[in-house]
Design a protein around this ligand. Structure first.
Ligand code: IDP
Ligand code: MG
Length: 151
């Protein structure tokens, strides 16, 4: 089975109208979208999603930010997709994120950094399970797969 990762356009990204831009970048890279949903996250799922940050001083403002509007949740599939997507989105602080990355191109403040993506294969598996049921993850062939992968 191919690697999978959880990605989410945060409310600021949605409000700025860059869902399409984000999806386009991953599609153009050759990654496969296998699940998507548009919704306001419940407090329970925000706490689960950001469990390692529950005690951080910025957590209350992070929760308010994430629950402040609808998010666009996705699961992307591809070889080494977790690290590829982290590279495409850029550093956590948009001020330090390289130009050409999503955060580097679209953000300024660390507390408004447009997009989330899992940081390891283990957290990807954990986060996908928080937000999606297995029947919501689709399996299909992209016709360009034979030219995206060497083997
Ligand atoms: P990541 O999103 O790049 O994995 P994490 O360190 O896991 O970064 O932090 C999760 C999210 O919490 C960040 O994307 C950002 O929205 C928020 N955050 C992290 N550090 C700060 C901070 O110092 N101030 C405000 N928000 C922060
Ligand atoms: Mg993180």
């Amino acid at each position: 089975m191919m690697d999978r990762t959880f990605v989410m356009v945060k409310p600021d990204g949605v409000q700025r109208g860059i869902i399409g831009e984000v999806v386009s970048r991953f599609e153009a890279k050759g990654l496969k979208l296998i699940a998507a949903r548009f919704e306001v996250l419940s407090e329970k799922r925000v706490n689960e999603q950001y469990t390692e940050h529950l005690e951080k001083p910025f957590f209350p403002s992070l929760k308010k930010y994430i629950m402040g509007g609808p998010c666009f949740l996705m699961v992307w599939e591809g070889r080494n997709v977790v690290s590829i997507v982290r590279t495409v989105i850029g550093a956590t602080n948009p001020q330090e994120a390289a130009p050409g990355t999503i955060r580097g191109d679209f953000g300024i403040d660390i507390g408004r950094n447009v997009i989330h993506a899992s940081d390891s294969p283990d957290s990807a598996e954990r986060e996908i399970a928080i937000h999606f049921k297995s029947h919501e993850l689709f399996s299909y062939t992209r016709i360009d797969e034979p030219v995206i992968y060497e083997y």
